[in-house]
Design a protein around this ligand. Structure first.
Ligand code: TNX
Length: 626
């Protein structure tokens, strides 16, 4: 049995925080209940956010030198097979015997093959084929740099808890081979992100057409191992994987989450950890809301005061901050290593008070306003009638594009209430042309719908109804959609009336509400083919620390992830809540804060092992590979 040598953190219950201050006045008709609470005095904890960053320590991984193995010798599944045993050391033979005995006599795998979030497309269990990972297992991978990187990531995931060396070698052995094989194949049916996972008593094989597919397969493998695999230090455990095969591909190409780093600023380490959370659930886009009234969070060389002046504040006068170019590139690179594309958002023409504090010349009255630390919206805008504004837009988007390998630039476009409709449309069209000129596809909140179509244009729907003629019309003109319905996918909404942080203007969002909708038919007049996928935004007016980010993300983010990845045929609330609840144990083991909401059947043992977020060290990078 597992005996983790530590204690787990209590799931976060941030009741220590000051109560959300009184609701402020509604600023848009869409916000029926107008409860966009500010954070008032509850932000002091933010100062310690950096220290709360958690990293998986990778001490044992670092200590292990990767050792190439004799592939032929590894084919011996039975120690008593004299022919196969020839040439093996006593230690190797003992290992093989142990594996065989355990496979024959040991208890079955703790997890069932289908216990994966997001639910895989096809699952074929084979109760007789459980695989026991043993100390002498080897990770073999196709000789391709991106695939080898995934093998390194797999080793880094498994080494801390197992304490096994798990050397990585890019010599793909002839079949059958023990250990874990990651194989790049040309199976076109698997698509750009799909994978096939085969688990048998002899070994495990993940096959995919791309490194991204292998990476997603690794996330599945991780979930099929006992929860103790999340431990940062070695645990005594039978590392059994349930036998059988999985074939898995995503339903949608766009599966994202958004982090608002403008209302409260979150440092690089926090963002890297959020990227890790996305990767676990096979999300592939991180939308960073980089600018808003309260803060400008990215250095722009040609307009330096944007960051130094515009980045100084935050909601409730919390500490500000901004990413240097190097910081941003680090985030983008870390995400890319996890097959996640960063989508930067520069919110225009509204939500620009921070920019205007730095460059008053862009304001309609040419006067720099004071910094803003409240939570109202819709009052600020850069002047669409001023040519200098377009220099600003072109310079900023140009610099961001140069730092961003991904295909998309998000131009915001929401809540520019003070800009007349025609002027607004003209501004958006000109900005769309700037984005096109940079060779990128434009994304905007669905308010940009009335502007003219341009190639590759994507609208992000955040409304709370199922009907919006302007958006449907933009789709008819060629736009495609990312769905972030405020009343299902907004992770800044409270779970329940007593949730200590968050808003409720779009309603309360418990896990079932996050899960129970269908992106394919959500918006009237929008055909299923126009939907690129889903995204869960986390606005941070009331979210001030990494622990609070996690509290709002878990357990709802996996619900949105499942809508984005899993075929509709697997959609089943009763089954999902059971599968998801099992993750409570994993989050606790990994030191991830989460909300133990009453609508999930958390296992009684869901808090087995406190492992306090121990340091502000970086998340571990994959170790070198032989
Ligand atoms: C609406 S959704 C906003 C944000 C706020 C959020 C709070 C959207 C495009 N704009 O500015 O942070 O509500 O829930």
């Amino acid at each position: 049995m597992s005996a983790p040598p530590r204690t787990a953190p209590e799931p976060l219950d941030p009741t220590h925080r000051a109560a959300t201050p009184p609701a402020e006045a509604a600023s848009t008709p869409e916000r029926e209940t107008a409860a966009r609470g500010g954070t008032g005095g509850g932000i002091a904890a933010r100062a310690n956010a950096g220290a709360e960053s958690v990293a998986r320590t990778n001490a044992s991984a670092e200590a292990q030198a990767a050792v190439p193995v004799d592939a032929a010798a590894e084919t011996a599944a039975g120690a008593d097979d004299a022919a196969q045993a020839a040439g093996r050391t006593a230690e190797e033979l003992a290992g093989a015997a142990e594996r065989k005995a355990a496979a024959l006599l040991g208890p079955p795998a703790a997890a069932r093959l289908g216990d994966v979030v997001p639910a895989p497309e096809r699952v074929e269990p084979d109760a007789a084929a459980d695989y026991l990972l043993s100390a002498d297992a080897v990770i073999r991978v196709s000789a391709d740099p991106a695939a080898v990187a995934v093998a390194g990531q797999l080793a880094a995931l498994l080494r801390p808890a197992t304490g096994y060396p798990l050397p990585v070698t890019d010599t793909i052995a002839p079949v059958p081979a023990g250990g874990i094989a990651l194989a790049l194949t040309n199976e076109v049916a698997l698509g750009a992100e799909g994978y096939r996972l085969d688990i048998s008593t002899d070994g495990v094989r993940i096959a995919a057409g791309t490194a991204a597919g292998l990476f997603h397969g690794v996330q599945t493998l991780r979930q099929l191992l006992p929860a103790a695999v999340e431990s940062a230090t070695p645990v005594t455990e039978r590392w059994v994987l349930p036998g059988g095969s999985i074939l898995d591909r995503p339903r949608y190409p766009h599966r994202g989450a958004m982090l608002d780093v403008a209302r409260h600023f979150f440092g690089v380490t926090d963002v890297l950890r959020v990227i890790d959370h996305l990767a676990r659930y096979k999300l592939n886009r991180l939308h960073l809301h980089l600018t808003d009234d309260q803060g400008w969070r990215i250095a722009i060389d040609s307009w330096p005061r944007l960051a130094t002046v515009g980045g100084a504040g935050a909601v409730g006068d919390a500490p500000g901050g901004y990413y240097t170019r190097a910081d941003y590139q680090r985030i983008v690179g870390y995400a890319a290593d996890r097959h996640i594309t960063v989508i930067p958002e520069i919110d225009l023409p509204g939500h620009t008070n921070a920019a205007l504090t730095a460059y008053g010349e862009l304001a309609p009255d040419r006067v720099a306003p004071p910094p803003y630390a409240g939570t109202e919206v819709g009052f600020s805008y850069v002047d669409p009638a001023n040519e200098r504004t377009y220099d600003f837009v072109a310079d900023v988007l140009g610099e961001i594009a140069a730092l961003t390998p991904g295909r998309w630039l998000h131009i915001g476009g929401d809540e520019a209430f003070k800009v007349p409709a025609e002027v607004y449309a003209g501004f958006v069209e000109r900005t769309q042309r700037i984005v096109a000129g940079l060779g990128r596809d434009v994304i905007g909140w669905h308010q940009i719908a009335p502007a003219a179509h341009c190639d590759g244009r994507i609208l992000q729907w955040w409304g709370t109804t199922g009907d919006d003629p302007a958006t449907a019309e933009a789709v008819r003109r060629g736009a495609r959609l990312i769905l972030s319905p405020g009343n299902h996918a907004y992770l800044d909404m409270k779970y329940a009336p007593d949730t200590p942080i968050g808003h409720d203007w779009a309603g309360l969002i418990d896990v079932r509400r996050a899960y129970d909708w269908n992106p394919a038919d959500h918006l009237a007049g929008v055909p299923a083919e126009a939907v690129l996928g889903v995204e869960a935004p986390l606005w941070t007016e009331s979210v001030t620390t990494l622990a609070e980010i996690e509290f709002m993300l878990f357990p709802r983010l996996p619900a949105i992830a499942e809508l984005g990845w899993s075929p509709r045929s697997t959609h089943d609330w009763a089954a999902f809540r059971e599968r998801l609840a099992l993750h409570g144990t994993r989050w606790a083991m990994a030191g991830i804060a989460y909300h133990r909401c009453p609508d999930l059947p958390w296992p009684a043992t869901a808090v087995p092992a406190p492992r306090r977020p121990s340091s502000s060290a970086e998340p571990a990078e994959p170790p070198p590979v032989t």
